[in-house]
Each structure stands twice: as C-alpha cells, then as structure tokens.
Design a protein around this ligand. Structure first.
Ligand code: UTP
Length: 267
C-alpha cells in the first residue's frame, strides 16, 4: 500500500528555544533562507506524499501565510491546516489529524527534526512499511546520558531493524531498557487514533504519543528501522546551530566561505 498522506505537528510551545519562540514558532526559524518546515515539506514531496496535514498552534498565522504564498503549489502536494487550540501533547496533536487521514496508514514527521541524506528518511521508512504492512518507527542509537530526551525502545535487534517489544518516554539513564531512541519519523496505521482518544496525560502531564505506541504494541507488531543519514534536533539551540552549519557547509554557494571562516577560527 502506498503512503500518500503525512502529518506534521508544529503546535508545541518551543520552550527550549525561548525567547524567540515567544512570537515565532520554532518550526519557522530559517536555515539559510528557508524555514525548517519547508525542509520537512520537501522531504514529504521527495518521498511521494500528496497531502500534508499540518497541526498548528497559537502562532499559526505565520505558518499559514508562508505556505499559502509558496512554491509548494507548483509541486503536487496539498497542505491542510488543523488547529490545536492548546498544546496538550504530541499524542493529542496527532489525534487531531484523524478526520483528514481517514482509514489509511500515514507518515508522521515531527516539525523540529531535520535529516541530511540523499535518500529521504521518510522514503527509507515507507520502503520498509511496504514489506511489513504494520507501523514503523525511525530509530537511532544514542549515548546513555542522552536517553532522557527520547522515547526509548527495546526488542529483538538485527543490523537494520528492531522488532519492538516496548517503548518508554524519556527514561533516566539508569532505568532505560536500551540506548535505541525513537526519532521524529514514523509510519502509523489508523489503529493509533482510537488509542490516542482515550489516552490519559502521562510524562510532563502531556498526552504522549509514546504511551499510545506502547498500547498499539498490544494489537500490532511495530518495527524500528535504523535510519541512514545525519539527524539534527533543530528544536534545541545546539541542534539548530549544528544543522545550520552543516547545511551551509554543504551548500554549493556558501561552502568555500564557510570552510575558510572555520579554518580561520583555528588559526
Ligand atoms: P516537542 O516536545 O519537541 O515540542 O514536540 P515542544 O513541546 O514545542 O518543545 P519544547 O520542549 O517546549 O522546546 C515535538 C513536535 O511536536 C509538536 C511540536 O511543535 C514539535 O514539532 N507538538 C508538541 C505539537 O504540535 N503539539 C503539542 O501539544 C506538543
């Protein structure tokens, strides 16, 4: 089955990126000359997505304005906006896409992570979904001291996949069952929606997608795919700095200037 619908939640408060997020969603911060969200929309387009459901919050106007006057029209993708009135958590944001998505499996891309690889990360996951026909999570190995920033999975592992048995949100380094983290790219089947609707608030008093995935595991296999490529958590200040630097360094127009400047810093 083909994946043609994607959801991009971009309604969080962005507290890690204060003060700029007092008036600008972090997903609209520019990397060189494009907002972060444009990189994610491009990943969707390059992975064959036709409809994008963007979950937007209190500073929605700037997102709507950008995408309404934008080149995406020239591509074959349509962007639909859904308002999350209160940031009750990622699980809640995803539940709002139910009507648009309907009964199809769909892609979920978090609005504050970008990846650099010639084969889009979403495409890597779609290729595995087409074989497995159940929900797929992008995963990567992290350092033990970093586990408390992620949903951590545990299960039977090969070089490329993990057959997930459990997932836990932001465990401490001591209690983490592994150091394999779920990253911001997923293929989910619509069975997730009724689960999210009845879910109670969990970690940080937010409705957590991770808790919904743990419940989904009771009725469906979920495969983790070790993603190929560089990942930048551009919702954190250091991730944003490094992501900008990496993209500028590999940019045809800016490569030489960036390289010369970095070399000068070490003289
Ligand atoms: P994060 O937890 O990274 O976003 O959610 P946040 O809450 O804005 O971050 P901080 O910790 O306060 O800095 C991952 C993605 O899910 C969206 C966010 O916009 C982000 O792209 N999200 C999160 C929502 O759309 N709604 C929510 O209620 C929570």
């Amino acid at each position: 089955m083909n994946i043609t619908k994607a959801m991009i939640p971009a309604a969080g408060l962005g507290t890690r990126f204060l003060p700029v997020t007092k008036s600008l969603p972090k997903e609209m911060l520019p990397i060189i000359d494009k907002p972060i969200l444009q990189y994610i929309v491009d990943e969707c387009i390059n992975s064959g997505i036709k409809d994008i459901y963007m979950i937007i919050g209190r500073d929605k106007d700037t997102i709507i304005k950008y995408f309404s006057s934008n080149i995406t029209k020239e591509h074959s993708v349509k962007i639909h906006f859904i308002e999350q009135k209160e940031p009750l958590g990622l699980g809640h944001a995803v539940s709002l896409g139910k009507e648009g998505i309907g009964k199809e499996p769909f892609a979920l891309l978090l609005g504050d992570e970008i990846f650099v690889h010639s084969n889009p990360i979403l495409k890597q996951l779609i290729d595995v979904f087409q074989i497995k026909n159940h929900s797929i999570l992008g995963v990567t190995k992290v350092k033990r001291e970093e586990v408390s920033a992620y949903g951590i999975v545990q299960g039977e592992k090969t070089d490329s996949f993990i057959n997930i048995k459990s997932i836990i949100e932001k465990p401490s380094p001591q209690e983490a069952p592994s150091t394999i983290a779920s990253i911001g790219r997923y293929i989910l089947t619509p069975e997730i929606f009724p689960i999210l609707e009845t879910l109670e608030a969990g970690y940080h008093n937010e409705i957590q997608l991770t808790d919904g995935l743990q419940k989904l595991l009771e009725i469906q296999n979920i495969t983790g795919v070790f993603i190929q490529g560089k990942r930048f958590d551009v919702g954190s200040k250091i991730g944003y700095i490094l992501g900008t630097l990496d993209i500028a360094y590999h940019h045809e127009k800016y490569h030489d200037d960036v390289k010369n400047y970095i070399q000068k810093l070490f003289l």
